[in-house]
Design a binder for this molecule. Structure first.
Ligand SMILES: Nc1ncnc2c1ncn2[C@@H]1O[C@H](COP(=O)(O)OP(=O)(O)OP(=O)(O)O)[C@@H](O)[C@H]1O
Ligand SMILES: [Mg+2]
Length: 370
């Protein structure tokens, strides 16, 4: 996919920006706090309608203004699209795709596919399980937008069930309602488990391949899903079988759940595990090994999207090139050069690409320098 043009109004520190981009590499240079990450955040917003920095949309509005507007022109599968996204405190979201106002934005997630790689991702191996769950779920939603509903139904049922468990802990008899929530949780939770397992199945070979390339095959990376239902696999069991096993599991943990006032079983508790030559990388991996694995994971994500959509997503690299050593940097550049439209930020003057467009950002204004 190619982001051809981008206009920003009142987005973060951009008052008004109007740019046409290179379909290859766009190098964004600038000192700290000038608007480099803000630009990537705006581009990523077009694909997920949320901030990759986890900021609420209201924070993205330029100070002392009451709305922001992102206008874009991009191509996907040889078709050109115009997408405009506006957000204001009172009207919330207004999204137009090719001139049509869309009532629901969830189905538009992934109209423009992006992969963002920032220093936080280098911590994916080290951080808590919620980071890794976020990674895999975001990937699922971006490649199959209809799954958004499954996640929101699951989260809603989980919240309601937890509230109910707390009431039951106080001694109220509400088993009938709990049974109903269990069914909703099982239905959506089983679907999440299957989607995660399916995604991992497809992601794993890509990640292992790119890891082998970066390390020259000296180390074996493995990735597995920690959680799910013991003895159940996506290949041997149907969705219906998963659902009933899931409901069974909720029954087994019911008295413990009431005692705790929260749900102990389910995808909200699961994790991804990474192993290097058989050892858990989170506990035994060096920082460099963890970085290499994170990089391999991101390249795997890029290749997976290419496989799924038939073309590469737009790649956003925020400050990562300076965090990678030369060897890993070259491995990344080899993957993207000439194939993937990339936006790269850098505070210095490193010349990393032989062919690219360069821009300078200063206080929310961007000028082309070559
Ligand atoms: N809602 C907002 N309205 C106006 N300015 C904002 C808003 N949100 C953030 N900023 C400003 O944007 C600037 C930070 O921009 P950004 O994070 O893009 O910097 P950067 O160029 O990536 O810097 P670094 O090299 O340190 O990462 C800060 O000066 C901050 O005050
Ligand atoms: Mg930044």
């Amino acid at each position: 996919m190619i982001l051809k043009a981008l206009k920003l109004t009142n987005f973060r520190n951009y008052g008004s920006l109007d740019m046409v981009w290179n379909p290859g590499i766009n190098m964004i240079r600038g000192d700290n706090a000038q608007g480099k990450t803000n630009l990537l955040e705006a581009i990523a917003f077009l694909s997920t309608f949320s901030s990759f920095r986890k900021s609420p949309a209201a924070e993205l509005i330029k100070k002392e203004r009451d709305f922001f507007l992102i206008r874009s022109c991009f191509t996907g599968n040889q078709t050109e699209h115009i997408m405009n996204v506006a957000y204001s405190e009172d009207k919330k979201y207004l999204v137009k795709l090719d001139g049509n106002t869309k009532k629901r934005i969830a189905p538009l997630i992934g109209s423009l596919n992006t992969v963002i790689f920032s220093p936080d991702d280098l911590m994916l191996m080290k951080g808590g399980p919620e980071e890794r769950r976020r990674f895999i779920d975001a990937e699922i939603i971006q490649t199959s937008p209809e799954s958004h509903m499954v996640f929101s139904r699951y989260n809603k049922a989980l919240k309601q069930r937890n509230n109910l468990l707390k009431e039951m802990r106080e001694g109220r008899e509400l088993s009938d309602i709990l049974n109903a929530y269990d069914r909703q949780l099982a239905e959506n939770g089983a679907s999440i488990l299957l989607r995660r397992k399916d995604l991992l199945e497809r992601l794993l070979p890509m990640v292992r391949l790119s890891h082998r390339r970066i390390t020259g095959g000296s180390e074996e990376l493995m990735l597995s899903y920690a959680g799910g239902i013991e003895g159940y696999s996506e290949k041997k069991h149907t969705l219906e079988q998963w659902k009933s096993a899931y409901e069974e599991k909720l029954k087994e943990t019911r008295s413990e759940d009431i005692r705790r006032g929260s749900t102990t079983f389910g995808p909200h508790r699961d994790d991804l595990r990474f192993f290097l030559n058989g050892d858990d990388i989170r506990r035994f991996g060096s920082q460099g090994q963890q970085r290499t694995a994170s990089l391999a994971l991101k390249i795997g994500e890029l290749e997976l999207m290419k496989g799924q959509r038939g073309e590469y997503p737009v790649l956003l690299l925020d400050d990562v090139l300076s965090e990678l050593d030369e060897h890993r940097r070259e491995a990344l550049i080899e993957v993207i050069n000439g194939k993937v439209q990339t936006f790269v930020t850098d505070t210095g003057n490193r010349q990393l690409f032989t062919r690219c467009s360069e821009y300078r950002v200063e206080n929310g204004m961007i000028t082309a320098i070559s």
